[in-house]
Design a protein around this ligand. Structure first.
Ligand code: THU
Length: 139
């Protein structure tokens, strides 16, 4: 089984959880609500939403919120198999660069599911972020 392999059930549930999360987003400034869900190597799913702040730069994206939630639940050995991101608008809505880099830390082989120009796309992280930053001792 490749690291990013998921069962059909896991895939469906991951998307459903990301969709469900959207309504919990806190986006009073941009009104751009985003929900994300990650699937861990242990088979658990954790969600996150974007949380904005009056001091705009403090905003956290849904994807990073989901990843940090997963770390809090499973600890530092966390491995991620997949991340799904859903936004309220038709899209496209791929994860931003910062979220790709954070995903690389815990799921270099993960697959990313997001709203593309024409419906859902599924792209391996290494294609979305070919030159991940790593400290020498980690590579
Ligand atoms: N946002 C995300 O949640 N994920 C992304 O990958 C890009 C942007 C959020 C941040 C902000 O609350 C809103 O979308 C508009 O930028």
């Amino acid at each position: 089984m490749t690291p990013q392999a998921r069962t059909e059930n896991e895939h469906t549930l991951l998307l459903a959880k990301a969709r469900e999360a959207v309504s919990h987003a806190y986006a009073p400034y941009s009104h751009f609500r985003v929900g994300a869900a990650v699937l861990t190597a242990k088979g658990n799913i954790y969600t996150g939403v974007n949380v904005e702040n009056a001091s705009y730069g403090l905003t956290i994206c849904a994807e990073r919120a989901a990843i940090f939630n997963a770390v809090a639940q499973e600890g530092p050995e966390l491995r991620l198999k997949a991340l799904a991101v859903i936004c309220e608008h038709p899209g496209p809505c791929p994860p931003c660069g910062a979220c790709r880099q954070v995903l690389a830390e815990f799921g270099p082989d993960a697959v990313v599911i997001f709203q593309g120009q024409n419906g859902l796309e599924e792209v391996p992280l290494f294609q979305l972020l070919p030159h991940t930053f790593n400290l020498p001792e980690k590579s």
